[in-house]
Design a binder for this molecule. Structure first.
Ligand code: PLP
Length: 400
């Protein structure tokens, strides 16, 4: 399979401003005029496509951001939405709507972002979707969990926070055999992996993370074929159109501009993370980072494309207890190594104790089963700072 070059593909999406500006203008209009009143009726009846109608349906600035996202993922089309959670909820519900009148069963990886876990466990059953959580690396267990009502398999390319990399081709083969849709959350691996190239049907992103890069906004995106993306904004059946978590055009414009340097930023995150992970390993610490050769899916990630951009910015360190993790994080914050905050993809390092924050929605016994230790400290390594100075700050805190 010929791999796409996401950096070149993003670069080649180019839109000019109204007077030939090198960047596009922001189209903030909430509603658009129809010169022929009949065209408005035909648009509502689904007979006419491509007209701007109302910004909850589509917006020119959100659309050009979608073109950059689609280029990065090698997708036919993409839609910007209000958050990563909106991307996850709307894409899954749309599949169930399109395929089985909104009802059914889905299989999800047991290690997903805590918010996704809570959505699947606590909200989806009320909406007619029941979820089985499985070890996504165990393809036999995945297949065994399929029921006649199953419509979707859901996983994260690189799981949050355990950093296990899923076997996209293996999951895709199961989906093809059983006529299911494979939905992949690629938030941790933009530019590194293009899941659609390995058989995923839909890719979702929390653009709040690397794609923003500045921890200053909340946004999401859904990438897939044109038919699926159009179904999300259908005036009668679209989950985004009718539940309403759309992307603001001002946010879309910010993200459109930032995508041109996403590749450079990802490479910067990866370089600093690899440097620190190697130093931690030499120091004998329990560090997990997919860029280390002993990581169980190191070669798989290389195969997907990590060789050019690296293996991402997230690493984890296992401290003996949650208290040890908190104490270390506090020292690191005081020493200006990083900030004790959830989220990832910021230019500076962010640290959080997963079991006490972004995975706290997963019950303790299930966290234990999946190997998520209470003392696990997750680092989203920033690309700013001198690597040696940052390491010396880390070591000073760790040893004190
Ligand atoms: N997916 C992953 C892997 C995440 O880590 C997060 C948030 O941390 C989300 C989705 C949700 O994204 P958002 O906060 O943009 O709604």
């Amino acid at each position: 399979m010929k791999k796409i070059n996401p950096e070149q593909a993003i670069r080649d999406v180019q839109h000019f401003g109204e007077e030939g500006g090198v960047v596009p203008v922001i189209d903030v209009a909430a509603t658009s005029t129809f010169l022929d009143p009949q065209d408005m009726e035909r648009t509502f009846q689904g007979e006419l496509q491509g007209c701007y109608l109302y910004s909850r349906h589509s917006n020119p600035t959100v659309n050009i951001f979608g073109k950059k996202m689609a280029a990065m993922e090698g997708a036919e089309a993409a839609l910007g939405v209000a958050s990563g959670m909106a991307a996850i909820a709307c894409s899954i519900e749309q599949v169930f709507h399109n395929e089985s009148h909104g009802q059914g069963h889905m299989i999800a990886s047991q290690t997903v972002y805590g918010g996704s876990y809570a959505l699947f466990k606590n909200i989806f059953p009320m909406r007619g979707i029941n979820v089985s959580f499985v070890d996504i690396l165990d393809l036999k267990a995945v297949e065994a969990a399929i029921t006649p009502k199953t419509k979707v398999i859901y996983a994260e390319t690189m799981s949050n926070p355990l950093l296990a990399v899923c076997d996209l081709s293996g999951l895709s083969a199961i989906c093809k055999n059983h006529n299911l849709k494979l939905i992949i959350d690629n938030t941790f691996a933009p530019m590194i992996v293009q899941p659609l190239q390995y058989g995923a049907d839909i890719v979702v992103h929390s653009c709040t993370k690397y794609i923003s890069g500045s921890s200053d906004l909340i946004a999401g995106a859904i990438c897939s074929d044109q038919k699926f993306i159009s179904s999300l904004i259908d005036v009668n059946h679209g989950s985004v159109m009718l539940t309403g978590p759309v992307m603001d055009p001002r946010v879309a414009h910010e993200l459109y501009l930032r995508m041109d340097h996403l590749g450079i930023r990802m490479a910067g995150h990866s370089k600093m993370a690899l440097y620190l992970a190697k130093k931690m390993k030499e120091e004998g610490l329990t560090v997990i980072y997919p860029g280390l050769s002993e990581h169980p899916q190191h070669e798989l990630l290389n195969h997907y494309g990590a060789k050019s951009v690296g293996h991402g910015g997230v690493l984890t360190l296992e401290c003996p207890t949650a208290d040890d993790a908190r104490v270390l994080a506090e020292k690191l914050q005081n020493e200006k190594f990083g900030l004790y905050a959830v989220s990832l993809g910021f230019s500076r390092t962010l640290m959080s104790c997963s079991a006490k924050s972004t995975s706290s929605e997963i019950p303790e016994d299930e966290r234990k089963k999946m190997g998520l230790a209470e003392g696990l400290l997750r680092f989203s390594i920033g690309y700013t700072g001198d690597p040696e100075i940052m390491w010396n700050r880390f070591l000073k805190c760790y040893k004190s």
